[in-house]
Design a protein around this ligand. Sequence first.
Ligand code: PMV
Length: 319
Amino acid sequence: MEAAARAYVNLALIKYWGKLPGAARLPAVGSLSLTIDALYTETRVRFGAAADSLSIDGVSVAGEALARAQRVLHEVRRLSGRAEGATITSRNFVPAGEGLASSASAFAALAAASAWAAGLDAEGPALARLARLGSGSAARSALGGLAYIPGPGDDAAQPAAAPSTFVSRLRMVIGGVGGGPKDVSSADGMVRTQATSPYFGAWVESHPADLAAALRAAEEGDFTSLGEATERSFWRMHASALAAAPAVVYLRGPSLEAFYALRALRAEGVQGYFTADAGAHPLALCLAEHAPAVAARWAEIPGITHVKIAGPGPAPARL
Ligand code: PMV
């Protein structure tokens, strides 16, 4: 009847951007991400109410946010044969709406807590399928570690943990850039890119090669190739969004300064590769031994208010 779960944020190395036509809102491209241990959401779900309700960080919310949560709840009720309403209480240990993938940890935690509260034994790919009803990237947080979602051509394939020989050595340096919540959500940014950017087709066409290169690199323990594919995917996603009309722009001055600083560090032998989600925060994929040098350099950049080093994070856990 009641269960609580903690789920962690994931950051995409090979990005998802754009949806297939149809009500299922499936991603137009595959993706590969690293779940991180530093940012997470905790959610409790209790079945037995007359109607569904949602509270986020102590504030009761309705409208679109509740409707999105109900996409997950309706499927949990269908699978478990329950009919009661659910009381959802959620707490984010991550800034919401700033491009740090809070929707990923939020919907993975909701999927886990609601499935477990309803008595379903959902884990791994089954949990990923529930989580993605709320947000595409949430499927990856349902898996933890390096998580992979195949491209849409790959019908038989399920979201899965990517084989990797070195996930425990990976770190993500996160630069915090002020400026408050972004003005275009990832959902709206995708729609606009898809509808108006002449580069969206090129993004979709070039994507499978980047995903394949990253998966191969992860499996072989080739950090440089994984990093290069990560940075390529980041630029290609943002380039497709920048070419939308009007332009979908997430990067700010400090994001670009962080990119230049990282490129300069690479010339000095520090292995770090740049990425950013639908937001301004610069992110660097690093090997553990190089993360402190990147964090120290980024902390000096005006406009970067704080820097964090995150390690790999697990799949959702029961609380
Ligand atoms: O799943 P959403 O709607 O939060 O979209 C995620 C989009 C990116 O974070 C930019 C890329 C990704 O694969 O996570």
